[in-house]
Each structure stands twice: as C-alpha cells, then as structure tokens.
Design a protein around this ligand. Structure first.
Ligand SMILES: [Zn+2]
Length: 119
C-alpha cells in the first residue's frame, strides 16, 4: 500500500452563494461529502438519524451483503472511513422492491458519525 490519497470534496455551493458545507469524519476529520449532495435526510442508520447521499469520497467498502431493512431486502456494502477505518454507514448496491431502486448506487452516512463544517 502506498501513501494514503485523500480527496477533497467537490462542493458546488459557490455557484448558489451558499458557502462551502461539508461533512467530515468525526474521528480523523477527513472530508466525506457535500451538503448539496444529500438526496434525502429522512433515513435511519444503526446509530440514529442518517442521510442519503448521491456522492461520497474517502471511503472504503466492505463486501456485498444481503440485508433486510425497514424498506425491504437490499444488497448493501458497509462504508468505512478510508483514513481511520471507522464504520460510517452503507452503500445500496441493489434493491429488490421496484419502489426502492432509486437508492441503488447511493450512500447512507450516519449523522452521529460525522462533523459538519461551514454551517
Ligand atoms: Zn476517519
């Protein structure tokens, strides 16, 4: 393994004049996602409230797992911080229910495991 490469969140907020709004790792402060990439705030994770994001950086993914969630059976992969390895949430790979397919390829990050910067 070479040196750890940390990406910077590409935040388009400047265009709307809202300023930079970033979610970071609670432990190592690496940046994960932009507030403007939140698809929905109406989710629950293992530790409480969670957000659904379209795009996340600086994460590593666990193996595919079938998991029965409140919204039905899904294939998911756990999400870990690439820098400190803390578990953060999961990624939706596949949904069985037609109504849940919009989540495929999106990321759940737990609010409790992140810091907010910029607001
Ligand atoms: Zn971290």
């Amino acid at each position: 393994m070479g040196r750890l490469f940390i990406e910077t969140v590409n935040d388009n907020s400047g265009e709307g004049g809202g300023g930079r709004k970033i979610f970071k790792c609670k432990w190592c402060k690496v940046e994960f996602a932009s507030y403007y990439d939140i698809f929905s705030k109406d989710f629950r994770g293992r530790f409480g409230r969670a957000y659904l994001f379209r795009k996340v950086v600086n994460i590593s993914l666990g193996p595919n797992e079938e998991r029965s969630l409140a919204s039905g059976l899904h294939t998911v992969r756990d999400i870990y911080c690439t820098s400190c390895q803390q578990i953060l949430g999961w990624k939706y790979e596949k949904a069985v229910e037609e109504s849940q397919k919009f989540k495929e390829g999106m990321f759940i990050l737990e609010k409790e495991r992140m810091l907010k910067e910029g607001w």
